[in-house]
Design a protein around this ligand. Sequence first.
Ligand SMILES: NC(=O)c1ccc[n+]([C@@H]2O[C@H](COP(=O)([O-])OP(=O)(O)OC[C@H]3O[C@@H](n4cnc5c(N)ncnc54)[C@H](O)[C@@H]3O)[C@@H](O)[C@H]2O)c1
Ligand SMILES: [Zn+2]
Ligand SMILES: [Zn+2]
Length: 422
Amino acid sequence: MKLWLFRSKRTSDRLPTGWHRTFSLPSSRAENDRPASISHLVQPTYERDVLKTFDAAVLRKHDAAFEVEQVTIGDLRPNEVLVRIVGVGMCHTDLLARDEDFAYDLLPLIPGHEGSGVIESIGHDVTLVKIGDHVVISFDSCTRCASCLSGAPAYCSEFRARNVTGRGAEGTGVARSAVGDDVSNRWFGQSSFAEYSIVAERNLVVVDRSLPLELMGPLGCSIQTGAGAVLNTMRLSPGRSIAIFGAGAVGLAAVMAAKASGATEIVVSDLHESRLELALELGATSVVLGTDPDVVGRIKNGGSGVDYSLDTTAVAPVMTAAISVLRVPGKAVLVGAGMADLTIAPALLAGREVTYVLEGAAVPQLFIPRLIEMWRSGSLPFDKLIRTYRLSEINLAERDSLSGATVKPVLLTDRDEFERRP
Ligand SMILES: NC(=O)c1ccc[n+]([C@@H]2O[C@H](COP(=O)([O-])OP(=O)(O)OC[C@H]3O[C@@H](n4cnc5c(N)ncnc54)[C@H](O)[C@@H]3O)[C@@H](O)[C@H]2O)c1
Ligand SMILES: [Zn+2]
Ligand SMILES: [Zn+2]
């Protein structure tokens, strides 16, 4: 099983600066993306009238620090919206470009795909949102393919092109840097490690003005992913059992959703004791250190196994463990994004289901308001995972995320109103 969605395409037919070939695919992946035949030349966004110059965190080399630079964007297209970002979560997926192979055709890039902010201007065809709306920005989808039309935008046939290439479906989503080069500016349709983000109106979820907007961005990806795996894909019901591998924001959102669903057994495994303590606080009924020589045995605890499991680690032996801890019948949900292949003995699947879920299989405009209601009622306290940083502290935020010290870094862009939480 290959997590091909996140693999590098390594197309190196570069064009002169200022012009870009629209996105084209390796033929083996063509069935799940844009037609490989689309290759006409189109103008990059910034070559329209200059709309804005602002600070953005740019990753230029897979092993370099983020640099906060000034970038310039061109005028909005008819269905686009300019969002002044107030906060943006750092999701582990933002660090995919730390892999050299994946970074090959992606950098320089403005990552960031858990943005929240205020709409500052709109293209002339925009009807779903208005200037001044408070919004959470979620992933991009086409609205036209069979998946989108059947209410499953996370499985949009253009998901990869629109979200993971960094430049959007047509390959034109770029900003211009101060030194004059192209910087990919449509990571997950938003590239929101920045003071401003250009977004298609379909990616936006309007939220109530009374909410702490700067903390709401993680609903757009990691919280939606963990909670959605439990609520939308597993449809966990009272009395069921679940094992969750990885206690980052995705895994801990799943813990909260499992507790809210009435699960009676919620076992969590992670490498960091501090994260396991937080898992217990949020609803885990027991925890197992990932370094334990018999994680599967500890989770089964002499019984027949759990009804459901969730892997958020993307580590192949852990994914195998997530399948091995299931009773029969049982269902494993994988969400980790990485480069590892998964090889398993087919017999391990006897009576068990395994699926890979994107973005919690959510329709963001329906699911995020539901998550906000859960937060208001106290059953999804995802703000407990958050520590805030200035945009200029992005490298510290990354270090704290990787060391396990911070579960969910949120970068704040407003220099005047900065106040570190918690
Ligand atoms: N499928 C999707 O739509 C989607 C959406 C968001 C995030 N993701 C992916 O989900 C994963 C989790 O994201 P996150 O932001 O929570 O990341 P994270 O890095 O904060 O959390 C991952 C956790 O896994 C733990 N871990 C690593 N190896 C382990 C092991 N051997 N045993 C037990 N625990 C182990 C780490 O200690 C860490 O706490 C990432 O791979 C991310 O890219 C996927
Ligand atoms: Zn679609
Ligand atoms: Zn994410």
